[in-house]
Design a protein around this ligand. Structure first.
Ligand code: MG
Length: 378
């Protein structure tokens, strides 16, 4: 492990002190607690981009998470970072997502804004691991180490300390350690390439469109065609995607290590104090990544084929929210008790955000009696 890696012996520890485990370090224990949590298992039934209507082998939030963990482990090992910490952070990085993908999150946030609050999935993830998970006799939540909690909230964004005084303990004026910085980039590699894969298989776009819209795809696809002219075009596509993943991972590895070296970073403290994040793609790949975003925005994320389910999901969230505002006593007892300590809308938001897609659909049907509108098939 390099000197800029976070060693578990140097952890700031847990809120509720625990004796060390005989053969697992603290970050390995955190990883295991995350894997055994309810919120982690629920990722299986939370939409990433496509619902199961399209295919039973497209990514959901759990398989996306496993792909992020795989890429993160590989990179962390090659860079000399703490692989155990990276794995714990990767496995936790999406546990705060509400049902129905981005549209569900957006609607929950819109509703919360009418109460002059917000929904932020990273902050929700922190609340899950600090209090909503009820598994252990000795403490509420998962009692994770400081660094895993810090990484959960800070991996993908910075928080203004003046706006979030309640998060002061998480060193908001400092950058997160490299292990947490890494997760944000590996998340991008995983979802950009996976969304291309699933979108292509769902026939939302074809090879000529990909070659025209994505120069990086065009370059590798040409090479693959020359190398494997006889194989099926789906295999040529897969081979191209493999090359793209490899090139993004290699660029992230080389560019980040070069930045760390240029900045003369030799400790975690220096990483924290450095004004920019050091885990980053090169400027050229950053530009290619913008192409991915534009292409996927244009051809996938806002595609009309996905629209009916997105609207349906957002509507279910909204109607459940209104229902519980009128009748909060219909929530499970633990949440009803929370309404004595916190605002009703905050508790309802927490309850709904924890649901899986199908749980929310079934509940909507049971409570409101009307089946959600049937989406139009593509
Ligand atoms: Mg993710």
């Amino acid at each position: 492990m390099q000197e800029f890696a976070l060693r578990s012996e140097r952890s700031r520890g847990r809120k509720f002190p625990e004796s060390p485990h005989p053969f697992r370090n603290d970050y390995q224990r955190d990883r295991d607690r995350i894997v055994h949590s309810r919120a982690f298992r629920r990722l299986e039934d939370k939409t990433q981009v496509f619902t199961t209507r399209f295919s039973d082998h497209f990514r959901n939030r759990l398989t996306h998470t496993i792909e992020v963990a795989q890429i993160s482990r590989t990179l962390a090992g090659a860079m000399g970072l703490n692989v155990d910490l990276v794995e714990a952070l990767a496995l936790a990085h999406d546990i705060g997502h509400p049902p129905f993908g981005h549209s569900g999150e957006k609607r929950l946030d819109q509703i919360m804004r009418t109460f002059e609050e917000q929904f932020d999935h990273n902050l929700h993830a922190l609340r899950i691991v600090e209090s909503f998970e009820q598994r252990y006799a000795a403490f509420p939540g998962l009692n994770l180490t400081f660094e895993v909690r810090e990484g959960i909230i800070k991996h993908s964004r910075d928080y203004d300390p003046r706006q979030y005084p309640e998060l002061a303990e998480y060193l908001l004026d400092q950058k997160p350690p490299l292990e947490a910085q890494l997760i944000d980039r590996t998340d991008e590699i995983a979802y950009n390439t996976a969304d291309l894969d699933d979108g292509f298989e769902a026939k939302l776009f074809d090879l000529p469109s990909l070659r025209e819209g994505l120069p990086l795809f065009a370059r590798y696809h040409r090479e693959v065609e020359q190398r494997y002219p006889q194989v099926a075009s789906k295999l040529q596509f897969n081979e191209t995607l493999k090359q793209i993943i490899n090139s993004l991972v290699t660029d992230l590895l080389e560019n980040s290590l070069a930045q760390v070296e240029r900045a003369g970073i030799a400790s975690v403290e220096q990483v924290r104090a450095y004004p920019q994040r050091l885990i980053a793609f090169s400027p050229e790949v950053e530009q290619q990544k913008n192409c991915f975003r534009e292409y996927l925005n244009r051809n996938l994320y806002f595609h009309s084929a996905l629209l009916p389910e997105k609207e349906q999901g957002a509507q279910i969230i909204e109607e459940l929210f209104r229902f519980y505002l009128d009748q909060p006593e219909k929530m499970p007892r633990w949440y009803v008790e929370q309404t004595r300590k916190a605002a009703k809308h905050r508790v309802i938001c927490d309850y709904i955000a924890g649901m899986t897609d199908h749980y929310a659909q079934r509940l909507h049907q049971t409570l409101l009696g009307t089946p959600p509108p049937v989406p139009v098939s593509i």
